[in-house]
Design a protein around this ligand. Structure first.
Ligand code: NAI
Ligand code: MG
Length: 357
């Protein structure tokens, strides 16, 4: 029988992106051997280096080139000598928006063997998922500045909430809650932001009537950040707008130990376009080239990619291998208190995956 084959576009990017992507590929290829599928990796060198050489992060037909793949596997982009908005708006945002990746999914889990900065937190107590709206909201291009450089200068940035855009991300979050502990929390700020946020709340309330089996609550973003720290065990699925989801999804990983572990998926749930999987962290220029980056965020993102491709058994096995390697505690990178290198940790997880249960 022919092996089930998936075509994956790989964009390692800059800095530690290149180092951790290699480990992600190592672990996923190993899973393919064990579970009987094959990943065909095609590399794209698009990065800040491309920008410095060509004035563009990716070629004009970049999205067309990526479109035919089953999924995209990204490391991280960003370099100190290139402004961050160039790398973000030149590559990540065009892919997320062009491919209608309107859900940014970020699981937060405290693993045994990782010390949380919160005292009294036990490994099985923190296990939730953040669903961030990824296509519109506060991160819009609409706005501008006038009277630049004078005392009369004005800067305006518009927030865009569309009924379609809000409803589709809420729908994804409700459906996801149904597969978990049936509890959905919405991030709002309808006391201060008086047009878009009451609209968001209204859509949330209306949709909740279709999901009587899901327990819902909502908090203003300010107190919600406090609850993330004081009661991280309260949450199952948390849904937020682009900005609120962005903030929560850096806070979440911080609460469970290291940003180096956190994965994410940029999903096009309708599957009209490829989805993109990448760690939450950036290119970490401060540790790039030293072989000390934690590859778990990338490897776990790879597991999410396999799940999206319908390879749930392999995804479960990789997540288990991550958990058991961390619990054993023999191989750790410096950010989680050890002195192992990136490839030593990647290799340990790849071989832990060998034990079928
Ligand atoms: P960062 O995530 O790259 O680094 C923040 C801190 O966490 C640094 O001290 C870094 O050493 C540490 N860290 C990050 N990942 C780690 C890992 N895997 N193992 C061990 N330690 C790790 O965020 P920062 O410094 O704000 O941004 C650096 C560059 O990355 C910027 O150019 C930024 O624009 C870009 N960036 C790109 C992202 C992406 O490609 N999706 C996301 C976030 C930032
Ligand atoms: Mg962020």
């Amino acid at each position: 029988m022919a092996l089930k084959t998936f075509r994956i576009a790989v964009i390692p990017g800059d800095g530690i992106g290149k180092e951790v992507v290699a480990e992600g590929i190592r672990v996923l290829d190993e899973a393919g051997r064990k579970f009987g599928f094959q990943l065909e990796w095609q590399f794209f060198g698009w990065s800040c280096e491309t920008y410095l050489n060509t004035g563009k992060m990716m070629p004009d037909d970049g999205l067309e080139q990526l479109r035919k793949f089953d999924a995209l596997f990204l490391g991280a982009v960003g370099r100190p000598d290139v402004p961050d908005h160039v790398s973000l708006w030149g590559l990540l945002i065009p892919v997320r928006r062009g491919f209608q990746q309107y859900v940014n999914l970020r699981p937060i889990r405290l693993f045994e063997g990782i010390e949380s900065p919160l005292k009294n937190c036990k490994p099985d107590e923190i296990d939730f998922v953040i669903v961030r709206e990824n296509n519109e909201g506060e991160y819009s291009k609409i706005g501008g500045r006038i009277f630049e450089g004078t005392d009369d200068e004005i800067a305006i940035q518009e927030t865009v909430f569309s009924r379609r855009g809000v409803n589709r991300v809420l729908r994804f979050a409700f459906d996801l809650a149904r597969t978990r502990k049936k509890h959905l929390t919405s991030a709002t700020k309808s006391n201060g932001i008086i047009h878009t946020m009451p609209f968001w709340d209204e859509c949330f309330r209306t949709m909740s009537r279709e999901y009587p089996d899901i327990r819902t609550d909502q908090y203003h973003i300010d107190i919600l950040t406090a609850h993330f720290v004081r009661h991280p065990d309260w949450f199952d699925v948390v849904v937020g707008s682009n900005l609120f989801g962005d903030i929560l999804s850096d806070l979440g990983p911080a609460v469970v130990g290291s940003i180096g572990i956190a994965p994410s998926g940029n999903l096009n749930p309708a599957r009209e376009f490829p989805s993109m999987f990448e760690p939450v962290h950036g290119s970490a220029p401060d540790i790039a080239g030293k072989g000390m980056a934690n590859p778990i965020g990338q490897i776990w993102s790879g597991a999410m990619m396999l799940r999206h491709l319908g390879l749930a058994e392999a995804a479960d096995a990789i997540e288990k291998a991550i958990a058991s390697t961390l619990a054993q505690g023999k191989v750790r990178t410096p950010d989680i208190g050890g002195n192992a290198s990136t490839d030593e940790l990647g290799t340990a997880i790849a071989s832990a995956g060998q034990n079928r249960n």
